[in-house]
Design a protein around this ligand. Structure first.
Ligand code: SAH
Length: 344
């Protein structure tokens, strides 16, 4: 089922055959710059609106809408046409408006501390389903404009490669978002990182590292058994040399697991030669993982320790915990089944 955001301008023109030429621009602008759904494009006639709405139906239905942080963080659960559910988070900051989007319903990566991974994989999203999340968040953020998009919702973006790349291209070209403001977070699918490096795309890459020795990473982040730390390192190196950009490592701090001095030194050794930035995330609670996050004091010590070891590190401010909207808490998968899917 196509929706408006899966259409090229030429395909839209075809749909508007018989109309004056400027209609294409008019509709395109309404869809991409004004975040209007076809039935709301009041600059065109009612019958034409109806025709477009029928040809280009929206694909997300709001199943739940919750907010926290004094209304600045909002989370939607959407039901898709087949009943699958996904989640999107909108974060209003003083200087930016960030939307966190899902690329899959569920996730097959099975990271033990992540609620999405605990629930299992349901299905891939289409480009239209991904972009509509941005459009809907944009409608709610208005009059502020969405300035940043992070591919950090449900799913592994690089396991839905074509959709992720197509979405980035569309957001960059149609919404004018720049590289600095588009961030893809990956669990570390090495060949896909290398492929992405060669796309010439404007984006920032974040790699969910969490542990920097194979034995423990195999446990926490099972994809490590397929692409171990050495293989991942190669891919990160390729990313940097091909794109000329820095990358960042995400590290969810888990008490007694990866917040020890030993873990800090392993991380520093891994990150330093790549000149990678480390983004520390205090662990958010999830139902299936009973280990707790590091204390605030340990988080600070860990950051300071990394800095002393010559690694640039910052702590991600946690948002949305009370509505299960924080990192690793998106899990509203009603019919998630764990099964493996091919990974490039
Ligand atoms: N699959 C991608 C995209 C998910 S992004 C990836 O793994 O990067 C979500 C980020 O939150 C990732 O860095 C993930 O490792 C992190 N995360 C998962 N569970 C978490 C938790 N319980 N607390 C804090 N961060 C978590």
């Amino acid at each position: 089922m196509a929706n408006a955001y899966e259409l090229t301008r030429d395909e839209l023109a075809e749909l508007l055959t018989g109309e004056p030429k400027y209609r294409v621009d008019q509709v395109w602008t309404a869809l991409w710059e004004q975040d209007r759904f076809p039935e709301e494009i009041t600059t065109i006639s009612k019958p034409l609106r109806a025709k477009l709405a029928e040809a280009l139906p929206t694909t997300l239905e709001v199943a739940n809408d919750v907010s926290t942080d004094e209304g600045t963080t909002r989370k939607w659960v959407y039901r898709l046409h087949d009943g699958a559910t996904i989640e999107t988070v909108l974060m209003n900051y003083e200087d930016r408006v960030t939307v966190c989007i899902s690329t899959q319903a569920g996730c097959a990566m099975a990271c033990s501390f992540c609620a999405t991974g605990q629930a299992g994989f349901n299905r891939q999203l289409s480009i239209g389903e991904v972009i509509e999340q941005v459009v809907r968040a944009g409608r709610e953020a208005a009059p502020r404009r969405v300035s940043n998009i992070v591919f950090m919702g449900m799913g592994e973006p690089l396991a839905n490669y074509d959709v992720t790349v197509g979405t980035i291209r569309a957001l960059h070209e149609q919404r004018g978002l720049s590289a600095r403001n588009l961030t893809v977070s990956t669990v570390g699918i090495a060949p896909a990182i290398e492929r992405l490096a060669k796309e010439g795309l404007p984006l920032t890459l974040a790699v969910s590292l969490h542990v920097a020795n194979d034995e423990e990473r195999d446990q926490l982040v099972p994809i490590n058994k397929r692409y171990n730390l050495e293989r991942l390192y190669q891919a990160c190196d390729t990313w940097i040399s091909e794109t000329g950009r820095r990358l960042s490592f995400e590290w969810a701090l888990i008490s007694g697991v990866n917040d020890t001095d030993k873990a800090m030194h392993e991380l520093a050794e891994y990150a330093r030669p790549l000149n990678a930035h480390v983004n520390l995330i205090p662990l958010n609670p999830t139902p299936g993982y009973l280990v707790v996050g590091s204390t605030a004091q340990r988080v600070r010590e860990f950051r300071d320790g990394l800095e002393e070891l010559g690694v640039n590190a910052t702590v991600r401010r946690t948002r949305g915990r009370t509505i299960d909207a924080a990192c690793g808490q998106l899990a509203n998968v009603t019919n998630g089944k764990r099964r493996s899917i091919p990974v490039r």
